[in-house]
Design a protein around this ligand. Sequence first.
Ligand code: PLP
Ligand code: COI
Length: 363
Amino acid sequence: MTDSLQFLVRRNLQAKSDSERAAILANPGFGDHFTDHMVDICWSEQGGWHRPRVQPYGPIELDPAASVLHYGQEIFEGLKVYRHADGSLHTFRPDANGRRLQASAARMALPELPVAHFLQSIKELVAVDGDWVPSAPETSLYIRPFMFAKEAFLGVRPAKKVAYYVIASPAGAYFHGGVAPVSIWLSEHFSRAGKGGTGAAKTGGNYAASLIAQNEAYAQGCQQVLFLDSVEGKYIEELGGMNVVLVYKDGTLVTPLSDSILPGITRDSVLRLAEDRGLTVERRPVTIEEWRTGYENGDIVEAFACGTAAVITPIGQLKAQDFTIGDINAPAGELTMSLREELTDIQYGRRPDVHGWMTRLDA
Ligand code: PLP
Ligand code: COI
């Protein structure tokens, strides 16, 4: 029973027409449009995982007392489906997303979905909505699996009824300017996550906690916000929705190590590619002072953000209350862009997948 589920498939009779879908795929944006179907699987303490379905995309009926609405017991994932030149559909390291969903579930006292069910749920959705995977360069179908407490109960304890869903959204660049360098605002008053907290889990509350700082960033003309550790306020952690990597002039890549940041699959992959090139990679605590002085004395020559949605995005400028480093109009870093090209070449099937990272979905 744990290896394969029998999905009931109910087709959407109001699915978008070919021309409606084509118009959306021509200009998908990010997170604005959704495919015709969604997956859902129920979980209960008594029955375990049951009633796997593919059904028309649409509103979810929830009891107003569903505990996710009150106490935020929720987790999610994000991964992409890429269309290769021969039309075939592939995803990138989905097993890593499946395992991370389990780790998030463990932290948030939710049930762990077997990785095989996770993979199957994505395949089932892509089997009915594969036409929604765009083919233009840099586009993909963003898959958003998520799980939440749906038991109607106002006591504070882990829910005994849970729902797992998968929705999908055709995607272009996450940032409006495409791969152009972005500017980052340093949040000095607000933390995203605390010691012993939920920072390493992909749970909605971390993002809710980041929004006030994200608003500060917008007010400062920046696109993303950088968080510091909540204990000393001196170590860099990550952006609201991406990891951060700094590049030294000798090609060494440095990225924060902390148990309150999300262990990004993009970051892990990019750092592996850098190691394959013989570059040194350091995963260790990094202070904001190291970034600032390293930039000012010319030791740190590039910085980039990385994540499924953002892929690899050069950081042009870092703005804080009392200093600004970088030049938003300077060209993107060379190593940043070459790692980006290597990663996306693998994802889009333009280069051999020597690490065995790609999984074909339509065969
Ligand atoms: N950090 C945060 C807070 C994120 O939301 C994401 C995106 O998923 C990442 C890092 C990067 O993770 P990944 O590369 O697995 O998408
Ligand atoms: C992702 O990259 O998958 C994320 O979850 C980031 C989010 C800000 C879209």
